[in-house]
Structure formats: structure tokens, C-alpha cells
Design a protein around this ligand. Structure first.
Ligand code: SAH
Length: 234
């Protein structure tokens, strides 16, 4: 078999400092933002000429936190409650023969800060430190297929109601918006996706912790809602 070597063109800097809690697909939480920092020699302005006129991008990236795991022919998609197996090629799991992912992201801006070329992105599903192999503009006429069908994942999962206890509410209100932008909306949007590993399988009342930047978000899930109990530093 032939093999190929690819060099990442850049690295994702996102609020997601651990895998747990990251949306399972892009676009589900618009406030989940990231910067894609482009590394040399790819950070030439002309390599991005014309890109700012596109609202959305495809990112081709490496599931770097899945590396070193042997791939299996079947996986357990969270959409099926984690108890049914589907073929790895019928899934978007990161545990695949070549751990390559693809996500559509909203392009919020292109800027150079302290000499580093950065693409500001919204609605991402990417871990901090994700190596990006390529960027391509999203083409609605070719990429959006309104009549497409989607097997076991026909539409976005229903959102869970999320409520905040007083301490969590106060931390969000007082958080520095430069360091933790849209913190409350972000947490509410992420938890509404019900990040539990195999959701709807018990776990009721069990405490969970989700990490965002250097914050530990503690929450509990009851049958009909998620309660954010406290937010603290790690
Ligand atoms: N949209 C992509 C990813 C779908 S899987 C695709 O379809 O290819 C999304 C999950 O990948 C997230 O919930 C997160 O847990 C995981 N993930 C994101 N970045 C990752 C990384 N760099 N390494 C390993 N897993 C990652």
C-alpha cells in the first residue's frame, strides 16, 4: 500500500481543552468559536486571497487525540444511545483507519495578530490543539443538498433545557468577556446537546464536569433538564 505524509498548515485554538462536551458536529453551537493559527510557510497573505468573501469553510483536520488507537470495523454512534453498532464508514467517529475529520465552520474574520495569521471561526466541534491539514471554501450550490437523507441521524438531536444555579449564573455574569466570550450562552448551548457519553441511559442525578478553557463546569442531568450547579477554576 502506498502511504502519504501530510504537513499541517495550522493549529486550532479553541475553548475545548478536553473532548468531553465538544459538540458532536459543527454548527450546533454558534458560540463555540476558535482561531485557526496558520503556521509558516503557509501563512502568506496571498494563499488566502479571496477567502474572506466566503461565509463558511471546510476544515480537514487530524483527530490527534484519537491517534494510537487501533481502528475497529464498527463503532457505537452516540445517536443510537451507544448500544448499537454501525460501520465505521457509516459514522463520523474519530476512530477510523485514517483519523481525518472534516467540519464546516463559519468564517468570522481573517487577521494578523503579533505576526500570526489567524482565521476566526464559529460553530466548531474541534479540540484545542487540533492540527489542520487543509481549508476549502464551502460551496452552497455543490455542498448543500436539501433532499439528502441521513440514515440513523436524520436531524439534529432535540435540545435539553438548561438552567443555572445562582453561583454558576453569577460566574457567567462576572466573567471577563475577552477571556470567556458569551460564557452563559456557550455553556447553555453545549449542555443542551446532552454531552453524556451514552445518553438517556441512566446517569440521572450523577454529577458531571465539563472543561472549557481553564474552567470546570459542574452539572447534573435529571429526566427533563440539565442544571449547571457551579463553575470554578481547574
Ligand atoms: N465534524 C467532524 C467531527 C465529528 S466527531 C467530522 O465529521 O469528521 C466530533 C467529535 O470529535 C467531538 O465531539 C470531539 O469529541 C471529537 N474531536 C474533536 N477534535 C478532536 C481531535 N483533535 N482529536 C480527537 N477527537 C476530536
Amino acid at each position: 500500500m502506498r502511504s502519504f505524509r501530510f504537513q499541517p498548515i495550522g493549529t486550532i485554538r479553541s475553548c475545548f481543552t478536553e473532548k468531553f462536551g465538544i459538540p458532536r458536529q459543527p454548527g450546533l453551537v454558534p458560540e463555540a468559536r476558535a482561531a485557526l493559527e496558520i503556521g509558516p510557510p503557509f501563512d502568506k497573505a496571498e494563499a488566502f486571497r479571496g477567502l474572506d468573501a466566503f461565509s463558511h469553510l471546510w476544515l480537514i483536520f487530524v483527530f490527534h487525540a484519537c491517534q494510537g488507537h487501533a481502528w475497529k470495523a464498527t463503532v457505537r454512534p452516540p445517536r443510537l444511545g451507544g448500544n448499537r453498532r454501525m460501520g465505521v464508514f457509516a459514522s463520523r467517529s474519530g476512530f477510523r483507519p485514517n483519523p481525518i475529520g472534516q467540519s464546516v465552520a463559519k468564517l468570522l474574520g481573517i487577521e494578523r495578530r503579533k505576526g500570526i495569521l489567524r482565521l476566526r471561526l464559529g460553530g466548531i466541534d474541534l479540540l484545542d490543539g487540533t492540527p489542520v491539514l487543509d481549508i476549502k471554501p464551502y460551496l452552497p450550490y455543490a455542498d448543500a443538498i436539501p433532499e439528502a437523507t441521513a440514515g440513523y441521524a436524520p436531524e439534529a438531536p432535540a435540545a435539553m433545557p438548561v438552567v443555572f444555579a445562582a453561583q454558576a449564573e453569577a460566574v457567567c455574569r462576572n466573567a471577563d468577556p475577552a477571556a470567556y466570550p458569551d460564557l452563559k450562552v456557550l455553556i447553555a448551548g453545549l449542555l443542551a446537546q446532552d454531552p453524556r457519553p451514552a445518553y438517556k441511559q441512566g446517569h440521572e442525578g450523577k454529577p458531571f464536569g465539563m472543561r472549557l478553557w481553564d474552567l470546570n463546569i459542574r452539572f447534573r442531568v435529571s429526566s427533563d433538564r440539565i442544571v449547571v450547579e457551579s463553575i470554578g477554576r481547574i
